[in-house]
Design a protein around this ligand. Structure first.
Ligand code: ADP
Length: 611
């Protein structure tokens, strides 16, 4: 799919955009110095002002006389001398002056068909002078179609143009040579021509002498020595004397005079930008399309966006650097567009897929909630129904134990086990019932005044035997406290659970410290043991429903994983907190805080607590 989008994209004609990106690269390219073999003479407004007319034949005779003093290599007129104003005599005189020069050439805009070179010939008396095709190629009907001049023509049907001939190694100018094959780099065929891209220098790089300066002899002959001298117009009056360049689209962006020197220099310096092979374009577009589709479909949106953004950035940057350092023009438009088109094409597809998945999740979630509700209902029903027979079993065992004489030792032990097991089962059922009540938000606080120290003492008393059986010392440090309005039953469950856990998860012969104090309007109860401790990963989970740590799950220590869940809920219902600090093998400290004042308000708030 990605390949077919990439394949279709490559067929899109995007010359305009591509040329625009190339112009951008031209503008970013550091400016290089010209060859120094070209010197310009401009008929400019300053010359016309000084002469009070457009230079005529007699002015040009004087100009040639001045130039003769220099040892220039060639003189190229970009203007047809037969269009100058002057008398027949002056024309004949000028023609003789031109003929007397070493290499005098008139540049013609048209490119003649082979064998029809006579078309280029000038009108008498200049007909014997050399006139060669020095065409100018703006992108009007082909390439970018934006009227910018980006290309130069090296030959037409094998006949070299004026620029190609002039750019041959200096002092080896042979106008009859066919220059076969033309050995400039960056050449490409376009219909019957061989062309290349112009390596531009910014407008103003070539500093022309003004026509009037030459006439007045205000020049250094060394500036012309062994040089190709181009003469043209730069009066800002005629739009045809100017071209649009990659640097600027202004109508007078660059004079044709300077464009010709750029063309000649591109060939002399052999610096025409080389267009990368179209296969590289195909390869890059396909690779980028496949990458984009892969990223859109398989990575999370933010990561995908970052990767695609960086790909685009790296690609653009490397295309610019390739142009700057290697003078190679890599197509930027198709691969860049591949990123955007593939992205926008596949994002909706991904959204549809994700919507479907989340819809399925939602349905599954609904089902799970229903199952959870059914489970809770079932557990509560079961627990209710189990509680009565269990109470009966407990009652029976007590009756039997009350008369131990009729029983053997083994029977007494069995009955005691039955009683213990039914007690554990009753406790478990109560816990489950409490969980159910919590979920239905049925628990309401029954507040009564109670001394927390007293409550704790009662609980400690009840667990003294258990602690002693394992040689665990229970130490108390109680600060005298005022009575507090609390739900005694719920807090009894809380502290019982904390003390039972402390004993259960402590080593034999260790100590447990139970302390109370009042700190800044809070009653703080702490149960600290020297037991096995809880790992940092598990600390946050021990308060969740049915959670038991891995180390105790496989041990013989019994438990339901509900005690702390219920304890936290009950404490928070009083507006307090239950927290833990623990270190593996060093012990745990559970801290209950109960606000002295706000228990009432917590109760009024309906006991909404996170769990
Ligand atoms: P359980 O019935 O398993 O004791 P609790 O909800 O009371 O359930 O405790 C949850 C888990 O927290 C326990 O399984 C145990 O892993 C850990 N835990 C609780 N108290 C302590 C403690 N004092 N020392 C070490 N681990 C404890």
């Amino acid at each position: 799919m990605a390949c077919s989008i990439g394949g279709l994209l490559i067929r899109l004609p995007l010359d305009y955009l591509e040329s625009w990106t190339c112009d951008l690269r031209v503008q970013l390219q550091p400016v290089t110095s010209p060859s120094g073999y070209v010197q310009l003479i401009a008929v400019d407004s300053q010359s016309i002002e000084a002469l009070k007319h457009d230079p005529n034949a007699s002015d040009h005779i004087q100009l040639i006389d001045q130039l003769k003093k220099t040892n220039m290599y060639a003189l190229v007129y970009l203007k047809d001398p037969s269009q100058l104003s002057g008398t027949k005599e002056e024309f004949r005189h000028l023609a003789l002056k031109f003929a007397d020069l070493k290499n005098f050439i008139v540049s013609r805009d048209q490119v003649p068909i082979k064998g029809e070179e006579d078309q280029l010939k000038l009108k008498p008396p200049f007909h014997l002078l050399r006139a060669l095709a020095g065409p100018q190629t703006a992108d009007i009907n082909s390439f970018a179609k934006d009227k910018v001049t980006r290309r130069l023509i090296v030959s037409y049907r094998g006949v070299p143009t004026l620029h190609a001939l002039l750019a041959q190694p200096q002092n080896d100018l042979n106008f009859d040579a066919q220059v076969k094959p033309l050995s400039f780099s960056g050449l490409f065929d376009f219909f019957d021509t061989q062309q290349a891209f112009i390596h531009y220098h910014p407008s103003g790089t070539y500093k022309p002498y003004s026509f009037i300066q030459i006439l007045k002899g205000q020049f250094h002959p060394d500036d012309f020595k062994h040089k190709i001298v181009l003469l043209g117009y730069d009066t800002l009056n005629n739009a045809t004397d100017y071209i649009l360049t990659p640097y600027s689209r202004s109508v007078v962006a660059m004079s044709a005079l300077e464009m010709h020197s750029n063309i000649i220099d591109t060939l002399i310096q052999n610096s025409a930008p080389k267009k990368a092979s179209p296969w590289i374009n195909v390869f890059l577009t396909l690779i980028i399309s496949v990458l984009t589709v892969h990223v859109v479909l398989s990575l999370n949106p933010l990561k995908g966006l970052i990767i695609l953004g960086s790909t685009f950035f790296v690609f653009v940057l490397s295309s610019i650097l390739t142009f700057i350092f290697f003078n190679i023009w890599v197509d930027m438009t198709h691969p860049s567009l591949a990123i955007f088109i593939c992205y926008y094409f596949f994002i909706p597809y991904r959204l549809i897929v994700e919507y479907r998945t989340s819809w399925e999740y939602l349905q599954r979630n609904k089902l799970l909630t229903q199952v959870e509700e059914l489970k809770s209902n079932f557990l509560r029903m079961m627990s209710h129904d189990l509680k009565t027979p269990l109470a009966r079993i407990q009652g029976m065992t007590e009756i039997v134990c009350a008369d131990p004489h009729q029983l053997s030792q083994k029977q007494i032990e069995a009955i005691t086990r039955i009683r213990q097991s039914s007690c554990e089962l009753t406790e478990f059922i109560s816990s489950i019932l409490n969980v159910g009540r919590i979920e239905l938000k049925e628990i309401k606080l029954q507040l009564k005044s109670k001394d927390i120290n007293k409550l704790l003492n009662q609980i400690i008393e009840q667990h003294m035997d258990l602690a002693e059986s394992r040689n665990i010392q229970l130490i108390t440090e109680f600060e005298p406290l005022f009575s507090l309005r609390v739900d005694e039953d719920l807090l009894r469950q809380v502290f019982t659970n904390l003390l039972e856990n402390a004993i259960k998860y402590s080593k034999d012969k260790s100590k447990i410290l139970i302390s109370t104090e009042e700190v800044e309007g809070q009653i703080v109860v702490q149960v600290a043991d020297q037991g096995m401790g809880i790992s940092p990963d598990e600390l946050s989970q021990i308060f969740t429903k049915f959670y038991r740590s891995d180390s105790v799950k496989n041990s013989s220590i019994k438990g339901t994983g509900l005690g702390l869940y219920l304890a936290k809920y009950f404490v928070e219902l009083h507006g307090g907190t239950l927290t833990v600090e623990s270190e593996i093998e060093r012990g745990s400290t559970f801290t209950v805080t109960l606000p002295v004042q706000s228990i009432k308000s917590a109760m009024n708030a309906g006991g909404k607590i996170k769990h």
